[in-house]
Design a protein around this ligand. Structure first.
Ligand code: HAM
Length: 432
């Protein structure tokens, strides 16, 4: 019997060492900054199920893409339907957009999501079988400025988190017409090197030769050096679009690099594509990817509306935050820990505890009645800011000692003023 966690997935934990990327307080912090930033840019949250009909991903992401052809978690449900855990979020957003006839509600839709995605990949550092994405999709705008707004949103998010030295790579893969012409030229070129291509690229040659351009295989990479360039096939409209994207990125001081072999691994893209790289991450260094996908909604049976979007991987963002040692708020710790001595004090403390929490103070109390040293040790472990011990005398006098755990300093305060005094202390901490 093996009851351990499945390979390639992980738990997000309430405590751990300070450099553990699986700490829940970092995830909560990141998600709160994401939500604030997305709302500032006018994006609204959308939530879709984590599984869909397999066909949605085959049609939406592309049956020849690696994530659909090799990496999907597919199963037959009890009704005999083929279902898959979502490997990405864009196809689901398109499906929900069509199904809820959202095109009738507004001319443009700016949507975001945060959630787990599933890919049966070879697991290694930075690559997991369940990972989490923050994704944003804009439906209804063909403007190059819209692509720029998305890159700007990502860049602002990363700056708010304190991340530095990120490399924004951009490219244009043109429209369908561009790619038909380019595909043929590319196939002719790669056929000359057929025997030297990797096994994967031999398959890609017929199915999707553009993917050979971003092959990681060293021999493929050598061959790619001499391959024809997509740029030479772009028509005027695609060139203008791409030039405008670059012009505005410069205007917003977002540093970027042109990368002629950036094609992305999903089949739905056209025109602008981009990826953001964090050097610290080693082999799995892409923290975000995205681009325009004007034809997808129509392919899935929806209105003929242009669309553009991105997704950023939260595991990799957090790993970069830790590697770059950015400031992260401290994990949860109670402001007050109450220690009752005796049954009467225990009853009184339960009421005080309830009232403190009603007034918004994070407090805990001891229910164990263990030796006081053991209880203090625990209060220290959970990093309580203050401790109050309440026994019969304190109840009679109506005065307790407020002990600051960091300094050990103690001072008497009236029992009925605990909440008020703790609020004042907190205020002082915020001022100094
Ligand atoms: P993607 O490039 O496949 O794009 O994934 C986006 C990001 O998710 C990657 O840059 C990476 O940070 C993270 N990621 C992907 N796979 C893994 C994994 N196995 N382990 C850890 N992190 C991973 C998409 O999914 C598109 N739907 C993005 C998009 C939205 N394009 C337009 N709209």
């Amino acid at each position: 019997m093996n009851l351990t966690i499945a390979p390639g997935v992980f738990d997000i934990l309430p405590y751990g060492s300070p450099d553990d990327w699986r700490a829940s307080h970092i995830w909560n912090y990141l998600e709160s900054i994401i939500r604030q930033t997305a709302l500032t840019y006018g994006f609204q949250e959308i939530r879709t199920p984590i599984f869909e009909r397999t066909e949605l991903f085959q049609r939406g992401v592309g049956a020849t893409s690696d994530i659909v052809s090799k990496e999907m978690y597919t199963f037959t449900d009890k009704g005999g339907r083929s279902m898959s855990l979502r490997p990405e979020g864009t196809a689901s957003v398109m499906r929900t957009f069509i199904e809820n006839q959202m095109h009738q509600l507004a001319p443009i839709h700016k949507l975001f999501y945060i959630g787990p995605m599933f890919r049966y990949e070879r697991s290694q550092a930075g690559r997991y079988r369940q990972h989490h994405q923050f994704g944003a999709e804009v439906i209804g705008s063909a403007a190059p400025e819209q692509d720029v707004e998305l890159i700007d949103l990502l860049y602002t998010l990363y700056s708010r988190l304190g991340l530095k030295n990120l490399q924004v790579n951009i490219n244009s893969i043109g429209d369908a017409e561009t790619r038909i012409a380019f595909r043929k030229t590319l196939q002719d070129y790669f056929r000359n090197y057929y025997d030297e291509l990797s096994a994967d690229s031999k398959i890609r040659l017929e199915a999707n030769p553009l993917r050979i351009l971003d092959s990681k295989d060293p021999k493929d990479r050598e061959i790619v050096q001499g391959a024809p360039l997509l740029q030479d096939f772009l028509n005027e409209e695609c060139k203008d679009h791409f030039n405008t994207v670059q012009k505005h990125l410069k205007r917003l001081n977002i540093p970027f690099q042109l990368n002629a072999t950036l094609v992305r691994g999903l089949d739905y893209y056209n025109k602008t594509v981009f990826e953001i790289i964090a050097g610290e991450l080693g082999a799995q260094n892409s923290i975000a990817g995205g681009g325009r996908y004007d034809g997808l909604l129509k392919t899935l049976g929806g209105a003929d509306l242009p669309a553009t979007g991105f997704a950023t991987g939260l595991e990799r963002v957090i790993q970069t935050m830790l590697k770059q040692k950015v400031a992260i708020p401290k994990p949860y710790a109670p402001e007050l820990f109450l220690i009752p001595l005796g049954d009467e004090a225990k009853d009184a403390c339960l009421t005080i505890l309830h009232e403190l929490r009603q007034s918004g103070i994070s407090a805990q109390m001891d229910f164990s009645s263990k030796k006081i040293n053991k209880i203090l040790q625990y209060a220290n472990q959970i990093q309580a800011s203050y401790v109050i011990v309440i026994g019969d005398n304190e109840l009679k006098d109506g005065t307790v000692e407020l002990k600051k755990m960091a300094s050990g300093e103690k001072r008497p305060i009236p029992l009925h003023q605990i909440a008020q005094i703790l609020r004042q202390e907190k205020q002082k901490e915020l001022i100094y």
